[in-house]
Design a binder for this molecule. Structure first.
Ligand code: NAP
Length: 303
């Protein structure tokens, strides 16, 4: 039986692994996708204290290497269920069909990209519709693209793409942006970036590839069409908690947990974007990882 199993190798999960290993715990991290979580798709991280600028990719690599060099075992296998009790230990079932037991579990599975939920979105994904500007931006050199969203991700993506493509439309459903003021200011001065507000995307055009989008004005319901080669959807995330709904208490889809990162089940902890909280940032994800790991260590040692 391992001491601690961590579900998710994003910033929260890998930070938890670092703290768990430094406390001498036998620690296993299970990840169904790639390590690094959402930060791997962020072109530049400029708000992590004492690191003025680093790419999300480099940040994820450094974090992964730090955790594994300390002796954390990272397995690329998705967690499909968790069961058990604090008294008898927990069993984690895996996508491969395997299972592993541990004294404590930390849920750090993060969130996935929210979809627009409009017709043909799935059909055109990979054929003009993308959820990752850093992954797919290079395909659109010299072309026209749109980014949808008003948060930090959308504005960062739009700025990044403006450096690559001919023209970027940044479409947002309100006139005010949720993104940090510094980012919005940086976007506004770019000559090939046009803000289109308050609009939502109603229709995707083109076959077999996207070649346009139909927008609806949220104030007067008028519509207009933009010719675009690519659409980057950056309208937030949804927590990956469906498999945990019978295990721990959820609130609005997120796993309920306070600043102590404890769930309602003794021995199960929660860290990162999947936890109920106000501020979902890289710094707070890493902080959660530390808190959850030390809480798990206390639980294992003291009960
Ligand atoms: P977010 O902050 O939740 O923003 C989502 C945006 O999408 C909002 O502007 C929202 O509009 C819009 N939206 C949501 N559902 C929509 C729909 N169905 N149709 C159209 N628009 C929709 O998400 P995020 O930008 O991905 O950021 C997630 C978290 O990561 C945030 O805490 C963010 O600060 C953080 N982050 C930080 C950095 C950084 O600091 N460098 C970079 C990336 C992300 P409304 O504003 O009208 O609700």
């Amino acid at each position: 039986m391992a001491d601690i199993i961590i579900a998710g190798a994003g910033p929260a999960g890998l930070s938890a692994a670092i703290y768990a290993r430094r406390a001498g715990m036998d620690t296993v991290v299970y990840e169904g996708n790639v390590y690094g979580g959402q930060i791997i798709n962020t072109p530049e991280v400029e708000n992590y204290p004492a690191i003025a600028k680093i790419s999300g990719f480099d940040f994820a690599n450094d974090l992964y290497n730090q955790a594994t060099n300390l002796g954390a075992r990272v397995e690329f296998d998705g967690v499909t269920s968790v069961s058990g009790t604090a008294e008898e230990g927990f069993t984690v079932e895996l996508a491969s069909g395997g299972k592993e037991t541990a004294k404590a579990v930390i849920l750090a599975v993060g969130a996935t990209n929210r979809h627009l939920g409009i017709d043909r979105e799935e059909e055109l994904t990979g054929k003009g519709v993308s959820y990752c500007a850093t992954c797919d931006g290079a395909f659109y050199k010299g072309k026209t693209v749109a980014v949808n969203g008003g948060g930090n991700t959308a504005v960062e993506d739009a700025i990044y793409l403006a450096g690559l493509v001919e023209k970027v439309y940044l479409i947002h459903r309100r006139n005010e942006f949720r993104a940090d003021e510094t980012l919005v200011k940086a976007a506004k001065v770019l000559p090939n970036l046009e803000m289109v507000t308050p609009f939502v995307i109603k229709e995707l055009k083109g076959s077999p590839k996207l070649d346009g989008i139909v927008l609806e004005n949220r104030d007067d319901q008028s519509t207009k069409e933009l010719a675009v080669d690519g659409l980057f959807v950056a309208i937030g995330q949804e927590p990956k908690t469906a498999i945990f709904k019978d295990l721990v208490t959820l609130s609005g889809g997120y796993i309920e947990g306070g600043e102590d990162c404890k769930t309602n089940v003794k021995g199960i902890f929660v860290a990162g974007d999947v936890r109920t909280k106000k501020v979902r940032q890289l710094t707070t994800a890493c902080a959660d990882g530390a808190v959850a790991a030390l809480a798990a260590v206390d639980f294992i040692k003291l009960g």
